[in-house]
Design a protein around this ligand. Structure first.
Ligand SMILES: Nc1ncnc2c1ncn2[C@@H]1O[C@H](COP(=O)(O)OP(=O)(O)OP(=O)(O)O)[C@@H](O)[C@H]1O
Length: 226
């Protein structure tokens, strides 16, 4: 189960936004995508989900070219996306927000997904009936992570999952992502800085002005003592 980007080019309003982006996300790998604001991280994620059109290059999944595959079919393959701005519907409950991908796409099994998410993040069970508008920003990120996991059982794309989140909740989100290790789920985490996830990642791609300028392998470190 490998996701491969080869020489991906994305152009928005005639401006080159991604320029020859190539990398591989291996089975069960946790890969960082690190770069300043505007470097192109969100565009990489949108390219993988099918929300951004390719001007060149290709995206493949286990060797199959999926460059032209529509987003809903990629969700069926098990791709889940947590956008930077969370995009929760304020008047819907936590549970309803998490079920949105399954409501929008009958190929996604919402009940199985919910059971998996509640098992992984029991704290979401307690807030299941609360409206999203009553949650803190960090709690909303947890819900957005839960929602991404409803579809994202193979590839999980997390855009700035720690941004604006208080340290205790950031640690919890990091723990949840780490606990996915045994699930054969590949995770791509976009960040403008690495601070929360050094223990979490195996490699990081550094992106600058739409180009991957280097790939760092992160040494395995013992987990920090609480
Ligand atoms: N719809 C759009 N219209 C015009 N320009 C866009 C659009 N989407 C992205 N861009 C431009 O593409 C570049 C890359 O944006 P992108 O959102 O991918 O970067 P990023 O690394 O995720 O940064 P941030 O963390 O600030 O979102 C930026 O210069 C941005 O202004």
């Amino acid at each position: 189960m490998t996701l491969t980007l080869e020489n991906v080019e994305v152009t928005i309003q005639a401006a080159p936004i991604l320029r020859g982006v190539s990398f591989e996300l291996g089975n069960g790998e946790r890969l960082g995508l690190v770069g300043r604001n505007g470097a192109g991280k969100t565009t990489v994620m949108r390219t993988i989900t099918g929300l951004a059109n390719l001007a060149g290059g290709r995206v493949s999944w286990n060797g199959e070219d999926i460059s032209q595959m529509p987003p809903r079919e990629r969700a069926r393959l098990g791709f889940g996306y947590m956008p930077e701005d969370r995009r929760l519907v304020p008047d819907l409950t936590v549970e309803e927000n998490m079920l949105l991908p399954a409501w929008a796409n009958s190929d996604i099994d919402g009940d199985t997904g919910l059971a998996f998410v509640y098992d992984l993040m029991p704290e979401l069970t307690q807030m299941a009936a609360r409206k999203a508008l009553l949650l803190s920003g960090g709690q909303q990120k947890m819900v957005a992570l839960g929602r991404a996991l409803i579809a994202g059982r193979r590839v999980l794309l997390l855009d700035e999952p720690f941004e604006g989140v208080a340290p205790a909740l950031a640690k919890r989100i990091s723990e949840v992502i780490t606990s996915l290790r045994g699930e054969g789920l590949s995770v791509l985490i976009a960040q403008s800085e690495l601070s929360h996830s050094l223990d979490l990642l195996q490699r990081e791609c550094v992106i600058e002005r739409g180009e991957i300028i280097k790939v760092n392998v992160i040494d395995a470190k013992p987990a920090a003592q609480a």
